[in-house]
Design a protein. Structure first.
Length: 533
């Protein structure tokens, strides 16, 4: 076979996307015929393609990134002593848990591992996506002494190996490591080789710890959210037991020693912070400035107090808190010269004493309260809009006053006729309380006039006085709904009644009285005198 033909077949096999052998054979046979070369058979072409270097195929068809992951040599770095290098990483666990709202959710795990011994120094479990705060909380637990007697890993590392996630490259974590004199070391972007040890722990966690509880859903399995049974606190306790009692005490496959024993074999004294208060700088992403008042410190609509604050009333302080427990805050005195803040005390909230309340619970309570108030505002707005839509007449002037402020006639004119606003109350002198204009609207059995534009008293608040009247008809007739549906103060400050009905509206009230005409009561005895105002 001519060498150019062989190179042609190999070149066709290296062109992305990956071609089939049949396509390569047809193209090679066509070109060989045109060049008057021997036409290769299908088996010959298949043999040439099969003998290509796999690394060459990967680089040509899958790209340089895949080639680096599979074929490039990697320098395996390993610390020579404990606490020389620590690694940290996040992963979304293959387990469904029940969140505080009772809904299934996938939690996140942040873990910190000692590079030399493979011992886990600290961890944090959260339902929220990875952040600088979750990293800081896991780092805090890793550094400080553990309350569990069998978990001895602690101290400040010399190097903290991280990836390029936004939570690891945050200015807050950078400042924390500067204060603790820890050198951050970041892996190359897009090259996770430096995190192989901590990622191997994540795999062991999913397979050995999470495979037994209900709700375990590894990749490729069916959705098992409905099987979630553990809460986040129960999962946190289970992971802690697995780290202390299984992983740190089980011989590692590479070192052949348990991680806890390998860490203790160094016989060294770990470098520790001066105090827990200094380490508490890891607890919040942004320091909160506050002022000490006579009743304490106000934070998140709560009041925090401590006897030490009595000497600092009026001073500016900085507070720091643990978002997982806001029953207390740590107070630091701010110095005008810019020197480091001085720790003062731990102020507690009297209303939350003996309780553990998280920031998430406080936020949910505030949102619920805001939603309730907005609902009340919506109810008020609906009532006002409804009543204004029903009102299509201008408000009448009071009896005896003109729109311009002058007085109108309250005596018969030259034609012997009374003004319309006065004639409307032809029956008032007899104490009937009935308005002649009500003949054009309606009157209920109690004698209350509905829809009267000149009635001087506000509408009745008893809709039950008119049996058979619907809620919409009751509002249109001037009756308010039951107390609580419409605020009683809606009419406060009004000197005149609010007109809420059309003059032509009729109310289907079974007890409606018979209408009158010409200002004469149809039920009065024959010959009774008509009294005019």
């Amino acid at each position: 076979m001519p060498e150019p033909l062989r190179l042609l077949i190999e070149g066709l096999a290296l062109r992305p996307p990956r071609p089939s052998v049949a396509l390569i054979h047809r193209q090679a046979a066509s070109i060989a015929t045109a060049q008057e070369w021997p036409v290769p058979g299908y088996s010959t072409v298949h043999e040439i393609v099969r003998n290509l270097d796999p690394a060459l195929l990967t680089l040509a068809l899958d790209g340089a990134k895949r080639y680096r992951e599979v074929y490039e040599l990697v320098h395996r770095r390993e610390a020579s002593k404990p606490n020389q290098i620590w690694q940290a990483d996040h992963t979304e666990l293959d387990l469904w848990v029940i969140d505080p709202k009772g809904q299934p959710a996938r939690p996140w795990l942040t873990a910190v591992e000692d590079d030399h011994s493979r011992a886990i120094a600290g961890y944090a479990v959260s339902l929220e996506a990875p952040s600088a705060l979750s990293t800081a909380l896991a780092f805090r637990q890793a550094i400080w002494r553990k309350s569990e007697p069998g978990w001895h890993v602690c101290g400040i590392p010399g190097v903290f190996h991280l990836d390029h996630g936004p939570d690891f490259t945050s200015s807050h974590l950078e400042q924390v490591m500067a204060d603790l004199r820890v050198r951050p070391m970041f892996s190359k972007k897009g090259q996770p080789h430096g995190h192989g040890k901590i990622e191997r722990f994540m795999v062991s966690m999913n397979q050995m710890c999470l495979a037994h509880p209900p709700g375990y859903a590894p990749k490729g399995s069916k959705d098992r959210a409905a099987q979630a049974a553990l809460t986040l606190a129960e999962l946190d306790a289970a992971i802690g037991r697995f780290i202390r009692e299984v992983y740190n005490l089980r011989p590692h496959s590479e070192t052949r020693l348990p991680p806890q024993a390998r860490w203790e074999a160094g016989a060294f004294i770990p470098r520790m912070p001066d105090s827990l208060e200094q380490l508490d700088l890891l607890l919040c992403t942004v320091a909160k400035p506050r002022k000490v008042h006579t009743d304490g410190i106000q934070f998140l609509a709560l009041r925090y107090i401590d006897p030490v604050l009595a000497d600092y009333v009026g001073d500016q302080v900085t507070i720091r808190y643990d978002p997982r427990d806001i029953t207390e805050i740590r107070v630091y005195l701010r110095h005008p010269d810019g020197t480091d803040d001085t720790f003062l005390c731990r102020a507690t909230c009297p209303h939350l004493s003996g309780e553990t309340v998280s920031l998430k619970e406080i936020t949910a309570a505030r949102n619920a309260r805001r939603k309730q108030l907005r609902g009340r505002l919506t109810t008020h707005a609906t009532v006002v809009d409804t009543l204004l839509a029903l009102h299509d007449e201008p408000l009448p002037a009071p009896v005896g006053h003109s729109p311009g402020g002058g007085r109108t006639r309250t005596s018969p004119n030259s034609a012997g006729r009374w003004p319309s606003s006065t004639r409307a109350w032809s029956g008032a002198a007899r104490g009937s309380g009935r308005c002649r204009k009500a003949a054009r609207s309606s009157t209920c059995a109690t004698g209350t006039v509905r829809g009267c534009a000149t009635r001087p008293s506000p509408p009745t608040a008893d809709p039950a006085a008119c049996p058979g009247t619907s809620a919409a008809q009751t509002i249109a007739a001037g009756h308010w709904p039951a107390t609580g549906s419409v605020p009683s103060g809606l009419l406060a400050g009004r000197s005149r009644p609010l007109i809420v009905a059309r003059r032509s509206a009729r109310i289907d009230c079974p007890a409606r009285a018979r209408p009158r005409s010409n200002g004469i009561d149809q039920d009065a005895p024959a010959g009774a005198p008509v009294t005019r105002p």
